[in-house]
Every structure is written in C-alpha cells, then in structure tokens.
Design a protein around this ligand. Structure first.
Ligand code: ADP
Ligand code: GLC
Length: 478
C-alpha cells in the first residue's frame, strides 16, 4: 500500500512524549513490511543541521490561511527506498525553542501554526506523486487535515481521495480554539457544525479528525473502550460512541532497535535475561549519577515522565512521602507543570540521600533510568497506551502501574497471571493505592527467586511493531 502519515512529532527528528516514538516507529515498521511510506512533519529548529541527505523538493506551498496566503518550502529525507520523511519548512512557525510551548506557556499562535500544517498535509495528500491510498493522521495538530481532504474531495476533481485513518494518542489534548479561528480554514461556514468542528461554541481540531476520518483508532483496546464513557471521554464520548463501529484499539509497539539493553550507547554496560549482572552495573552508575549511596541491595524505584495531571504525579509525591522511611531509593526525570517540578525538588531536598530528581528532558538518562532501576512507577489517572512500562519490561525493570488504559492491557499482575506476572497493578488513583503497591514491591524485592521470575517474564514479553502493523493493515483495508 501507499501510505502517508502526518504528525507534529516524529522520533528521531522531534519528540515531547510517546507520540514521537509511536509515529517514527510505525513509519519504519510499515516500510519494513513492504509498504511505500511518507511521513509529513514540521522542520523544527535544529533538524536541518542534524541531517545529512536532506533534499529540497521543487515545490512551493501557497496556502490560504484566513485573509493571508502563506508560502513554505518542502524538504525531504529518503530514509530508505520505501520511507521518505517530508519536512514542512516554515521558520516563522516552526523554528522555535519548543514544539507547542516555551517556559510553561503555549504559543499564542498554535491554532495558526497547526491549521497551516494540516492544510499542507491535505495539499500533499492530493498532489504528491506518491498518491497515497491511505492518509494516516495522528492527534489534534493534524486533525483539520481530515476535514480539508473531505472538503476538497467534494469540491475539486479529486477522484480516489485517500481513505483517512485518524489515531487518537491522547484525548486530553484536543486543540480547542475560539470560534473565529474557523476563518483560518477558508471553508464554508456550513462545516462549522456540531458534527464536525464545533465544540461548545469553539473549534475543536481533534473532533474534526475523529468526525471526518473513515476509520478511527486509538493506542490500546482498553482505552478504546474507556473513551466511549463519560468518565474518560473528555467531552467527546458522544461522538466516539457514534463512531464506535469504526473505532479500534491497536496497541503500540516498541522499537527494539532503539530500546534494547544489549547494544545501547546510553548504557554503562550491556545486560540481558541471560546476563543480569550487567544490570547491577547500570544500577550503580545510576546511583552515582544522582549522588545516591552506591548500594546494590537498596531497591531503586524510578520514573521518566511528562509532569502532567494525567500521570498522577501528586499521587506519586504523596505516596513516596509515606514510604521513604523504608530502605529504598527513588529517581525521577521529568518536566512540565511548574508546581510538580517544585514539589519534586522539595522531596529530593527532604530525602537527600534517597531521592534524586532531574528536571528537564534527557534521552540518554531516560534509558539509564529504565536500565538501572528495579521498579518503574506509572500511577497514571488515565493512559492511552504508555510506552515506558513496555521499555521497563524489556529492561528487566518491574513496572508498577495503575490499572487503566494501555497499562492494564500490557502489564500482567500476579492476580491476573499467577506465575506469568511481570508487574504490579493497583486499582484506585489514590495515594493509599500506590503506597500499597510500593509495599508489595518491597516485599517482592526480598524474595529474590520470585523477583527473578517477574524479571524473566518481562524480558520475554514481546511488543514488537510487527503485531501493531498487522492491526493497522486491517484498519487500512477496512
Ligand atoms: P506520554 O506520551 O503520555 O508522555 P509514553 O509513556 O507513551 O507517555 O511516552 C513517553 C516517552 O517520552 C518515553 O519515550 C519517555 O522516555 C519519554 N520522556 C518523557 N519525559 C521525558 C524526559 N523528561 N526526558 C526524556 N524522555 C522523556
Ligand atoms: C500519548 C499517550 C501515551 C501513548 C502515546 C503514544 O502521549 O499519553 O499513553 O503511549 O501517546 O501513543
């Protein structure tokens, strides 16, 4: 098949969270399965300098955006003969320090930036020589592209428009803007109705994607069910129930070329299921990095996360404050909400010999935490899929997760799986629930044989992208 993907984040070119990982790896895996794949994404600051082989495509955009017309260039990178990345080069929109925000504040022109991106996507879907059969859009920043394609197919001579697959990576981010933003679309006002973009008097980019796609997917089966309920539907559960016949949950995979413990430049040494001694070396290196006592016997818990309400950071801080008197250590890498950053810094000041916190973004350290920890904590209030727990499993690190979304679909607790267990789950999003789970982990740590069983099950778990690709192929054919 000829498939065109579009996303505001594509690893290794850009990433703020799992979206970048997922789209970058999906493109690679689809190409490896024999499809011809293009991925459209913005040319953010620094990308041009990093890439060898970037070529300028003889193409100039001239896109109407409200009362203006906006030009941009198109650059391309041929990763292989089946995978091409198309970068939209528009410095005033994308040559910035951040992707969506800077110093904790969203860019005030995000509507304009991502509606422009969406229009470029629709334009390329129509005119690229690739002539995609499938246009696969990811999350709100490209949601409007689905509407533009529908409109163009109705009004221009566009026979055989690509079928649109829209993937929801996170329903919490919808791209909601004031109603007058609709003028940037240059579409008849008839499109601004409760069945497409209109959302409580405003315009909603994610809604447009869900409403105008031919098939809708999200990143785990359980989350696909959850988002049709009022509790998890973030105001769109009505629409999602309406679209339930085309809604599928397809679990994300892991790019094991990137996330592996045997050939990984970020790790102090290699290790694997057959050679766990190396994991102890990684643990010492991590303790040293954070200035904690180097003690192979102290169980070390970790987290790498966006500091957002979704991730249950308040539960994490509350629970740690209750359990840190035990023999244990905790390390965290994350950034986001300023209040959480401050509270975490206070926690590490209070327990200086037990807690290490690094506020910021650090790809190498993310690998080192996954490798050096004994347990990885994800107390999410909701979690569409979650990738860190999958990385933890492959790194012999036991995940402690709340029983929600993709966390529930991927981690096996002793209650569900008996000797197949590879992690610890708790139900209620409360401090008490997490405290209990951490106590279970401390007990498990003292039962080395049992712990080794959990680790071995984790090492053996297989979340390769090939399985997810099969799911997407079905959705595309459908
Ligand atoms: P989400 O997409 O909701 O943030 P996921 O678990 O799907 O959650 O993916 C998070 C990804 O982002 C992982 O690859 C994780 O390692 C990475 N990540 C999150 N925060 C940081 C950080 N501060 N530094 C480096 N990597 C991070
Ligand atoms: C989102 C979700 C996360 C998911 C990721 C990739 O950011 O929060 O759960 O793993 O997208 O699909």
């Amino acid at each position: 098949m000829r498939i065109l993907l579009a996303s505001s984040e594509v690893y290794p070119y850009s990433k703020t969270g799992g979206l970048g990982d997922a789209v970058g790896a999906l493109g690679k895996a689809l190409a490896a399965a024999g499809h011809r794949v293009g991925i459209i994404t913005p040319l953010y600051r620094g990308i041009r300098e990093q890439l060898i082989g970037l070529r300028r495509v003889d193409w100039e955009f001239d896109i109407p955006l409200g009362s203006k017309r906006i030009g941009a260039d198109l650059l391309a990178l041929d990763v292989s003969d089946r995978l091409t990345i198309y970068f939209i080069d528009k410095p005033i929109y994308f040559d910035r320090a951040g992707i969506y925000n800077e110093n904790g504040a969203d860019y005030s022109d995000n509507a304009e930036r991502f509606i422009f991106l969406s229009k470029c996507v629709a334009h390329l879907a129509h005119h690229l020589p690739l002539m995609p059969e499938v246009l696969h859009l990811h999350d709100w920043p490209v949601g409007i592209a689905a509407l533009m394609v529908q409109h163009e197919a109705k009004t221009s001579l566009w026979e055989n428009r690509p079928r649109i697959c829209f993937t929801i990576h996170n329903l919490a981010y919808q791209g909601v803007f004031p109603a007058d933003t609709f003028s940037l679309l240059n579409l008849p006002l008839g499109w601004h109705n409760p069945d497409t973009t209109e959302f409580y008097g405003k315009i909603n980019c994610l809604k447009a994607g869900i409403a105008c796609a031919d098939v809708v997917t999200t990143v785990s089966p359980r989350y696909a069910r959850e988002i049709t309920t009022q509790e998890y539907g973030a105001g769109l559960d009505g629409l999602l129930r309406k679209r339930q016949n085309v809604l599928n949950g397809i679990l994300n995979g892991v790019d094991y070329e990137e996330w592996n413990t045997t050939s990984n430049p970020h790790l102090a040494t290699a290790f694997s299921a057959d050679n766990v001694a190396g994991k102890v070396v990684c643990k010492s290196a991590l303790q040293q990095y954070f200035g904690l006592p180097i003690d192979p016997d102290a169980p070390i818990f970790g987290s790498v996360t966006r500091l957002a309400d979704q991730k249950g950071i308040d539960l994490l801080i509350g629970a740690l404050d209750e359990v840190l008197d035990a023999k244990m250590q905790f390390v965290l890498l994350g950034s986001g909400n300023r209040n959480y950053e401050q509270a975490l810094n206070e926690l590490s000041a209070k327990y200086a010999s037990k807690v290490g916190v690094k506020i910021g973004y650090d790809h190498g350290l993310a690998h080192q935490i996954e490798a050096g920890c004994d347990f990885f904590i994800m107390p999410s209030r909701f979690e569409p899929c979650g990738l860190n727990q999958l990385y933890s499993l492959r790194y012999g690190t036991v995940p402690i997760v709340r029983r929600t979304g993709g966390l529930d679909d991927t981690v096996i607790d002793a209650v569900d799986g008996g000797i197949a267990a590879n992690g610890i789950k708790f139900n209620d999003p409360t401090t008490a629930g997490l405290v209990k789970a951490i106590h279970k982990a401390l007990t498990l740590y003292d039962k080395k044989e049992l712990l080794n069983g959990y680790r071995a099950n984790g090492f053996a778990a297989d979340f390769s992208w090939a399985k997810a690709v099969a799911g997407y192929e079905l959705a595309y054919r459908w």
